[in-house]
Design a protein around this ligand. Sequence first.
Ligand code: MG
Length: 452
Amino acid sequence: MGRLFGTDGVRGVVNEELTPELALRLGEAVGTWLGPDKRVLVGRDVRAGGEMIRNAVVAGLRSAGVEVWDAGLAPTPAIQYATKKLGYDGAVIITASHNPPQYNGIKVVAGDGVEIPRSTEREIEEIFFESRFRRLGWKELSGSVGREDRVLKTYVDGIVGLVDREAIASWGFKVLVDPANSVGALALPQVLRRLGVRVVTLNGHLDPAFPGREPEPTVESLSETARVTVAVGADLAVGTDGDADRSIFIDEKGNIHWGDRSAALLAGHLAEKEPGAPRRVYTAVSSSGLVEEYLKPMGIDVVWMKVGSVDISRRLMEEGGLCGFEENGGFMYPRHHPVRDAAMTTALMLEMMADEEEAASKLFDRLPKYYPLKTKVPMTRDKALRAVNLVREKYSDHRQVTIDGVRVVGEDYWFLVRPSGTEPVLRIMVEAKSPDRAKRIAEELKALVMKA
Ligand code: MG
């Protein structure tokens, strides 16, 4: 049977791979899987073709008898939170998250506000490929799509109620927000203003061409943001991805910190904030070795998992813990909602700075030093899998973790080589105790994988 869902929903270049026909059939399949008389929230990010794809999905859902409510433009975590909080049976979000501008995607969320588990994806795929659609008779087709306009307010209220507003406000923080010209602009400044923060925005107008920077927050794409952080004298800056579930932080000196670094600090903060929570965090094999090095002495366990936030979210919900995270800036605070959430994470960062009475750069100085380097090589999935095998053979005398791709742990470095779940690329992440060493290892790996 064919596959539709990748690491995180259905993705493709809009109108080439992700066509209205595909969206319509997926809407029918999701509607059939849900069953009759269910209420579903739909929403989207700023991407080109988003309205077209949404309308096709809605047509499919309605054909199967689903009652549809439109949330309009909103961050993915806002729609997820509202799904649970406002009592919907599920949600469909039209977004390609961090992918390049020509992509769009469809993400399906269960009634608990978390992405559907893998097993449900399989069920929906079966209905899709076998065209086992439930279609209403003409007499049953009545009503129209409703408008749900409580999503953003519900979301912002939820976040503001979970942090120490007074402590944050007392510091008079100035924060630079870079939402990449997408839906982060609709919630993050609002949350911060409510926390008594002075907000400056960069790339704050909505634009599907993503003129400010690419929708993926990376060291390269955030370099201008880092310069502006220093220029405007911000205490902290946050760069989100296209649907504002991922957040990458920049300290007041303009240093960009990868998501596992901010997550390690936040896990320490949450261990104090939530004394009753299990002292455990969940993260993917792509996270740095510094996480364990920093959290172990505090008695906090690190559970390593396959890359993919859905599994982390679901495991965090089932077993409980302080938080879940990915190195790419996805951070989950389960007391709010066990999904990645840039605005919630930013509020927690500010609460930590206020509690610790320290500048952001000083907090990051507490972490063990590693120099990260991320790169990607375009190649098909087959070639990427061959490349992973080449790496496994070459480093066969090293400690390897093969839950997902291959993670190799050396004496003063570690690296991960894995095929992307959403794009035809091979991702390479290296961290070493010196920048030169990281660069040399990355170059060696690039040369090696090119042989595939
Ligand atoms: Mg995202």
